[in-house]
Design a protein around this ligand. Structure first.
Ligand SMILES: [Fe+2]
Length: 501
C-alpha cells in the first residue's frame, strides 16, 4: 500500500513535470518570419463564411508565444463597428489539436443584416471583421466576387485586396486556395515569395503550415475581414488532379494516399470558415433571387480520369464526376428551386471544348467535365428538358476568363458558363508571348463558337451581380501581381436578361 502511494506521488510528480515542460516549450513556427507583430496573437486575421439567414461561421487563429494545450478565446458579434451594441458573445477554447484555430457557428442572427465580430485572447483584441447574413425575402440585388487559383509563389494576392473594397454579399471561392507544390515547383521564385515548407506538402503539419503562410498575405486578410467566403476545394488543396482514390501528383513513396487526403481535409476545415458536415457540397439561398449550389467535383464521387480519348473507361457508366448521390441532390434542388437565378459553383469547365488546334496533345481536357461525358450529358439534358431557365455555372481551374454558352442537342443555349481567371496562378502568357496567347485564344474561339468571351492573359476576379431582371458578369483585372498594388481595370462586362420558363 505504502509503495502504491509512493508510486502515485511519483506519477503525479512526473505528470506535473511533463505538463510543465509541455506548457512552456516555445512555439516556433516556420512562417513566423512573415508575422506582422502588431497583429499578435491574431497574425492570420479573421474570417467569416457559409452565411445563412440566421447564422454565419466566424473564424480566427490564435498564435501563442509558447506551446499551450488550451487557450481561452472570447468572441463578440455586434450590429455596429464600435461594438456599442453587442448582439451575442461567448468564450470558447482552442489548442494544438486544431492548430490553434477558432471556428464558431454563430446562430440566432437576423436575416439580411451586417454584423461585426472580433476575438480576444491574452488580453488582446483581433482586428474587427464584417459579415452579412442572407435575405429571406427578395433582395433588390445580390453581388458576388467569384475567385479561384491563388498561388503564393506566382505573386501578391492583389485581387483579394481589390475584392475587399467591392460591395459584394459574398466571395465564392472555387478552389485551388493553396497549392501543394514544393518551393519553385510551380511558381515565380524571382519574387521571393517562396513556399513554406520548402518541400511538397504531404503531412498534416505540412498542410497546416502552408495554410498559415497563405493567410499571412495582406490582400487575402483584407478580403476575409470584409466579406463572408463560400468555399469549395479543387485539386491543389490535396494534390494536382486529385480524385476520390488518388491523384496525379501523389506517388507511392509519398505515403498512403488516404492518410494524405485526410490530413489535407483536416487542415482545410481548420483554416477555412466552413460549416462542417458529412458532405462538402452544399446550397445557399439568397432570398428568392439566387440559389447557389456548391459542388464537390474532387473527393465526393470523382473516379480516376481516362488516360486518353481512346481509353474505354471514358464512356463507362462507372465514370463519374459528382457521383450518383450528389448528382441526384443537384437535380432535385434545381427542379425545386423557386429562385430567379440558379448559380452552380463548379470547379472545372462544364462545357464541351474542342482544344485540338491549340493543344494538339490534349484535344480534350480529361480533367474537366469532358473527361466524364456521360454525367456531363445527363446534367445538360436535365437542365434542357426540365427546363431550368437562368442557370449559370461559375467555374475556376483554367487561370483564364470565359463566357461559354451551354447548348442542347438542337444547338439552343440552355445555360451559361462564366469562368473566373486566377488570383495569381500563371496565365497562359507567363509561358508564351502575349501575341501567341492572343492567337491561341482566337483559334480556340473559332473552333468553339459557343465561347463568346475568352482571356488567358489577366489575373483578377469575376463579379456577378443580379437583380430580378438581369445578370451582369464583369471580369475585373489587377494591373499587376508582381508588387503590392490593388488597382483594377474592367476587362469585360456581359449582361444576360432573365429568361422566362
Ligand atoms: Fe489552379
Amino acid at each position: 500500500m505504502k509503495n502504491g502511494i509512493q508510486l502515485c506521488i511519483f506519477s503525479i510528480l512526473i505528470l506535473v513535470a511533463c505538463s510543465k515542460r509541455q506548457d512552456f516549450t516555445a512555439l516556433s513556427e516556420p512562417t513566423q518570419i512573415l508575422y506582422d507583430a502588431q497583429l499578435g496573437p491574431f497574425y492570420h486575421g479573421v474570417a467569416s463564411g457559409d452565411p445563412l439567414a440566421d447564422r454565419v461561421i466566424i473564424w480566427t487563429r490564435v498564435t501563442p508565444e509558447k506551446q499551450l494545450t488550451k487557450i481561452d478565446v472570447t468572441w463578440e458579434v455586434a450590429t455596429d463597428a464600435n461594438f456599442q451594441s453587442i448582439y451575442t458573445s461567448d468564450t470558447t477554447s482552442t489548442g494544438p489539436h486544431k492548430d490553434y484555430t477558432v471556428k464558431i457557428d454563430v446562430s440566432g442572427l437576423k436575416p439580411d443584416q451586417v454584423y461585426y465580430y472580433r476575438f480576444k485572447a491574452f488580453e488582446k483584441y483581433s482586428v474587427i471583421g464584417r459579415t452579412k447574413t442572407l435575405s429571406v425575402t427578395e433582395p433588390q440585388t445580390v453581388q458576388f466576387a467569384v475567385v479561384s487559383c491563388s498561388n503564393w509563389e506566382f505573386g501578391h494576392f492583389n485581387a483579394y485586396a481589390a475584392i475587399a473594397k467591392q460591395p459584394v454579399d459574398a466571395v465564392i471561392h472555387l478552389g485551388d486556395y493553396i497549392y501543394e507544390y514544393q518551393k519553385g515547383g510551380y511558381g515565380d521564385t524571382t519574387l521571393n515569395r517562396k513556399h513554406i515548407p520548402e518541400r511538397e506538402i504531404v503531412s498534416l503539419q505540412d498542410y497546416r503550415t502552408r495554410y498559415a503562410q497563405y493567410h499571412l498575405d495582406k490582400g487575402l486578410q483584407e478580403a476575409r475581414k470584409m466579406h463572408p467566403f463560400i468555399c469549395i476545394w479543387d485539386d491543389h488543396e490535396v494534390a494536382n488532379n486529385v480524385y476520390k482514390a488518388g491523384a496525379q501528383n501523389h506517388q507511392s513513396e509519398e505515403g498512403d494516399f488516404e492518410e494524405r487526403k485526410n490530413a489535407a481535409i483536416k487542415a482545410y476545415y481548420e483554416w477555412l470558415p466552413i460549416r462542417e458536415s458529412k458532405q462538402h457540397y452544399r446550397a445557399f439561398r439568397f432570398g428568392n433571387l439566387v440559389d447557389l449550389y456548391m459542388l464537390d467535383e474532387r473527393l465526393e464521387g470523382r473516379t480516376k480520369p481516362a488516360d486518353s480519348l481512346k481509353d474505354p473507361i471514358l464512356l463507362a457508366t462507372t465514370q463519374t464526376m459528382l457521383g450518383k448521390e450528389q448528382l441526384s441532390w443537384l437535380k432535385q434542388n434545381l427542379a425545386n428551386s423557386k429562385a430567379v437565378w440558379k448559380i452552380i459553383g463548379n470547379q472545372v469547365i462544364f462545357a464541351e471544348i474542342n482544344q485540338a488546334e491549340v493543344f494538339p496533345k490534349a484535344p480534350k481536357n480529361l480533367d474537366s467535365w469532358d473527361g466524364y461525358p456521360l454525367e456531363q450529358k445527363e446534367l445538360r439534358d436535365f437542365i434542357a428538358q426540365t427546363p431550368i431557365p437562368n442557370t449559370f455555372f461559375v467555374t475556376g481551374d483554367t487561370h483564364a476568363s470565359w463566357a461559354i454558352e451551354i447548348k442542347d442537342d438542337k444547338k439552343k443555349t440552355i445555360a451559361m458558363e462564366l469562368g473566373t481567371t486566377s488570383i495569381s496562378s500563371s496565365n497562359w502568357n507567363e509561358y508564351e508571348s502575349d501575341s501567341i496567347v492572343l492567337l491561341k485564344e482566337k483559334q480556340l474561339m473559332k473552333q468553339n463558337p459557343h465561347i463568346v468571351y475568352g482571356n488567358a492573359r489577366d489575373h483578377g476576379f469575376l463579379k456577378v451581380s443580379v437583380n430580378n431582371a438581369q445578370l451582369s458578369a464583369e471580369w475585373i483585372y489587377v494591373r499587376t501581381n508582381k508588387e503590392i498594388n490593388d488597382e483594377t481595370i474592367l476587362g469585360q462586362q456581359l449582361l444576360f436578361d432573365k429568361m422566362m420558363k
